[in-house]
Design a protein around this ligand. Structure first.
Ligand code: ATP
Length: 507
C-alpha cells in the first residue's frame, strides 16, 4: 500500500468509526476544519489528560491556567504576530492554485532526500552486514553531491526568508525549475507575504468597533498572566505555567487531514528560569518531552529531534520533536528557548513591570523562558496513524485493529455477554456497573462474539471481557487482549487491577 492509499484508509476509518468528521459536512465541508466524533473526542481528551498529568500533576512547580481566545489587540503587536506572523505565498497562474513558497522549496528538498535514502538502501543491499552507513553517506560521490545541493538550497531559502527577500524566494523556485503539481507549469506569480491571523470585530457599533484577533497560539495568554500567577501562586523561579486550548491560523495550504488545520488545539508550557540557566533547562525539557512520548510505548525509531540551525531572532536554542507520519518525519512538537523576548515586549507595550524578585540572590530580573509546544490534533494523528493496522489472521480472515496505547484508547474495556439469554446480560451489567466509575466501558450484546471483537478492535479497545455460563458458576470471565488476541480466564475481582496495569506508562 503506498502512502496515499494508506492515508486515505486512515481518513476513511476515522470517519467510519466516529473519530473525525469533516466540519459542516452536509454543506460539503469547510476546508481544513474538522469535528471530533464520539470516539475521537475520547481519544483527544485522553491525550490532553495524559499531557496535563505529566506536565502539571507530576511537577510541583508547574501550574495550569485557561485563558481566553480573544486578547487585547496590543498583545499581538508586542508578540510580533501583527508584523511578522506571515507566510510567503505564490500562485500558479494556470491552475490558479495557491502554495506556500517555502513549502514548494522544502518539498523539492524532500525529493532529494528521498534519492539519498534510495542510494543508501541500494548500498545496504549490496554490502550486506559490512555496510557502514555513516561512511557511505560521507564518501559516496552521488550522495555527497545531493547533500551539498540540499545545503545550498536551504541556505538560499532561509537566507531569503530571514531577509524578507520575496524576489529571492521566487528566483529560487525558478532556478530549481519547480512546477505546479496540478498544471505542471512554471507560470508563477510574484511571492507575497500573507498574515496568518484571523481577525474579527469586537463591539456592536461597526464604526467604533476594534479589530481583534483569534489567538494564533496559546502561549501569549500565559505571558500576559505571568505576574498574576507568580504573585497569587507565590511561585518561585524556576516554575512553569501550562495550558491547553484552541488556536487559529489561516494556513495557506491546509492539507494532510488534521496535520495542518485552520482551527486546532495546542498544549503549551512556558517555564520561567533565571537568565543564564536557560540552556540547561532547555536540555532538561528536551529530554523530558521525549521521555513523555516514549512512555506511550511506540517504537523509539518513530521519533527524532530536529535541532534548528536557523533560529528566530529572539531564540537562543530550538528543537522539534519529529514523528514518522505516513508522509514522513514531520514536526510534532517544538521546544524553544525564547530568552526574555516575550516578557520584555509585553512590559514595554503595557508599561507594566514584568519582573521577578529573586530572594536567593536579592536581585530583580526579567525571567528567561523555555517553551514546550505540541499540537493536540497532530498528536492525535500521530497516534491514530501508527495505531491503524490491517492484519491477516491465521484462519484466513482479516481484521482492522487500532493498536492505540491503552491509556489513550477511547474505551478501556468492553463487557460482552456471550449470548443474550441465560442471565448472562444481567451478570455482564453487574460487571459494567462495578467498573464504569473508574474506566470508560462499553456494553455490547448484539451480533456474534467474533463480530463484537472486530468492532472493539476497530476502535482500539485494549480488553474485552466475555461473560459466559461458567461466570455464573465461579465468578470468572475471559479477558481477550486486543493485540495478541489471546484469552485468559480471570476472577471478576481481579479485573480492576488488571485494567489499571494496562494503563501504566510503558517506559
Ligand atoms: P509548522 O512549521 O508545521 O507550521 P510551526 O512551527 O508553525 O508548525 P508552532 O508555532 O511551533 O508550529 O506550534 C507548535 C505546535 O502546534 C506544532 O508543533 C504543531 O504540533 C502545532 N500546530 C501548529 N500549526 C498547526 C496547524 N495549522 N494545525 C495543527 N497543528 C498545528
Amino acid at each position: 500500500m503506498n502512502t496515499e492509499e494508506y492515508f486515505k484508509k486512515i481518513t476513511a476509518h476515522a470517519k467510519e468509526y466516529g473519530f473525525i468528521f469533516q466540519s459542516s459536512e452536509i454543506y460539503d465541508g469547510l476546508s481544513a476544519v474538522y469535528d471530533y466524533g464520539q470516539n475521537g473526542v475520547e481519544l483527544k481528551k485522553n491525550i490532553r489528560e495524559y499531557w496535563w498529568k505529566a506536565m502539571v500533576q507530576l511537577h510541583e512547580n508547574v501550574v495550569g491556567i485557561d485563558t481566553a481566545i480573544f486578547m487585547h489587540p496590543t498583545t499581538w503587536k508586542a508578540s510580533g504576530h501583527l508584523d511578522a506572523f506571515n507566510d510567503p505565498l505564490i500562485d500558479n497562474k494556470d491552475s490558479k492554485k495557491r502554495y506556500r513558497a517555502d513549502v514548494l522549496v522544502e518539498d523539492h528538498v524532500a525529493k532529494i532526500e528521498e534519492k539519498i535514502s534510495k542510494e543508501v538502501e541500494k548500498a545496504r543491499k549490496r554490502f550486506g552486514d559490512a555496510f557502514n552507513e555513516e561512511q557511505f553517506v560521507t564518501t559516496n560521490p552521488r550522495v555527497v553531491e545531493y547533500k551539498q545541493r540540499i545545503t545550498d538550497i536551504s541556505h538560499r531559502l532561509y537566507g531569503a526568508m530571514e531577509a524578507n527577500d520575496l524576489a529571492g524566494i521566487k528566483k529560487l523556485i525558478e532556478d530549481l525549475e519547480i512546477v505546479c503539481p496540478i498544471s505542471g507549469t512554471r507560470n508563477w506569480t510574484e511571492v507575497r507575504q500573507f498574515n496568518l491571523m484571523f481577525s474579527t470585530r469586537m463591539g456592536s457599533v461597526a464604526d467604533g468597533a476594534d479589530t481583534i484577533y483569534l489567538r494564533p497560539e496559546t502561549a501569549q495568554g500565559i505571558f500576559v498572566n505571568y505576574l498574576n500567577v507568580q504573585k497569587t501562586g507565590r511561585m518561585k523561579i524556576p516554575f512553569g505555567i501550562a495550558q491547553t486550548g484552541k488556536a487559529f491560523r489561516n494556513e495557506i495550504v491546509a492539507r494532510q487531514f488534521i496535520f495542518r488545520m485552520r482551527e486546532f488545539e495546542q498544549m503549551e508550557m512556558q517555564f520561567f528560569v533565571r537568565p543564564g540557566s536557560e540552556l540547561e533547562w532547555f536540555e532538561h525539557w528536551k529530554k523530558e518531552r521525549m521521555d513523555w512520548h516514549l512512555s506511550l510505548g511506540l517504537p523509539a525509531e518513530k521519533y527524532r529531534y530536529h535541532d534548528h540551525e536557523k533560529l528566530a531572532h529572539y531564540a537562543n536554542a530550538a528543537t522539534d520533536i519529529e514523528f514518522d507520519f505516513p508522509f514522513g518525519f514531520k514536526e510534532l512538537e517544538g521546544i524553544h528557548s525564547r530568552t526574555d523576548f516575550d516578557l520584555s515586549a509585553h512590559a514595554k507595550h503595557s508599561g507594566k513591570k514584568l519582573q521577578y524578585f529573586d530572594p536567593d540572590t536579592n536581585e530583580s530580573y526579567t525571567p528567561y523562558v523555555i517553551e514546550t509546544s505540541i499540537g493536540l490534533d497532530r498528536m492525535f494523528l500521530a497516534m491514530f496513524s501508527h495505531a491503524y493496522n490491517e492484519e491477516k489472521l491465521d484462519d484466513g480472515t482479516e481484521r482492522v485493529v487500532l493498536r492505540l496505547p491503552a491509556v489513550l484508547a477511547p474505551y478501556k474495556v468492553a463487557i460482552l455477554p456471550l449470548v443474550k439469554k441465560d442471565e448472562l446480560p444481567e451478570k455482564a451489567r453487574e460487571i459494567m456497573d462495578m467498573l464504569k466509575g473508574d474506566f470508560m466501558c462499553q456494553y455490547e450484546e448484539k451480533d456474534s462474539i467474533g463480530k463484537r471483537y472486530r468492532r472493539q478492535d476497530a476502535i482500539g479497545t485494549p480488553l474485552c471481557v466475555t461473560v459466559d455460563n461458567q461466570t455464573l458458576e465461579d465468578n470468572t470471565v475471559t479477558v481477550r487482549d486486543r493485540d495478541s488476541m489471546t484469552q485468559v480466564r480471570v476472577p471478576i475481582d481481579n479485573l480492576r487491577g488488571m485494567i489499571f496495569d494496562e494503563l501504566k506508562p510503558k517506559r
